[in-house]
Design a protein around this ligand. Sequence first.
Ligand code: ATP
Length: 312
Amino acid sequence: MGKVITIGEILVEIMAKEIGQTFLHAGDYRGPFPSGAPAIFIDQVAKSGSPAKIISAVGKDGFGEVNLNRLESNGVDVSNIKVLEDETTGVAFVTYKEDGDRDFIYHISNAACGRINKNYISKEDFEDCSYFHIMGSAIYNEGIRETINKGRRLAKKYGCKISFDPNIRKEIVNDKEKKELLLNILYEANIVLAGEDELYYLTENKDEKSNVENLFNKNAEIVIIKRGSKGVTLYTHNKTVDISPYKVEEVDPTGAGDCFGGTFISCINQEIEVEKATRLATIAGAKAVTKKGPMEGNTTLEELEEVYKELY
Ligand code: ATP
């Protein structure tokens, strides 16, 4: 079985306790939770049974250790996570609004993961790689953008598929150049796992169906639109399937999409049929929101299969 690779931020998340709490006033926060969209994704890839590796960096500190321990214990290959003596591990603070929206303050470009550069990856990483997963949140500085671009070239050279989650964070995609880079990756990707408004945000075309058709005319083989508590739509060349969510009580929405993506890519990497993989990923996304903390609700394939058997 080939390996799944991703590149990007590893951080700890410090989460507001109350909905409606803002960064403008003192309030209670919980954390540190191991986090970073690529880290949540890769943790779930490994936890659900595929070989998985992340290219990143942490500081030589407790926040770095929290992440390394978690990823390693779930089977992620952490050999390409550099531990930098002169940097500190990334941190994200998050607050939740009444309407479900969130605000983030990121310390990533100025932290250990801000030092990622193209020397962090080599062709050996891609020789046995089946999927290279790119997260839109991971384009926060020039060094990492160059690394992702090098990864895109290597992925193509070694026949590794590119999967892409735009994962737009307004705090990170804050200029035209970054938006254009994400649009290029979108058109290059073989698998697109996007939030409901993200295709529209990147293409400026409101019509989901014509956006999806356009992606199939480029390089896409599978497009999945994630709709939070409303479930997902799976598009392939020959079918469109709306999949209802697995009903749960939401405690914390952060990380659902990354966990969904990790499960889906891990499943198709294990040659699980695409529609079943989508249903398993939908269950994983739902389970993710039942726990406080971005990676705390990650699950094994056995747990997901149990629910799948009950439902289908
Ligand atoms: P994020 O960027 O915050 O991780 P996302 O937009 O990428 O979010 P979501 O659509 O929020 O991803 O979540 C991915 C999938 O997880 C959903 O499509 C759905 O199947 C499942 N899911 C998320 N929230 C819920 C919920 N409250 N109840 C049931 N399932 C959910």
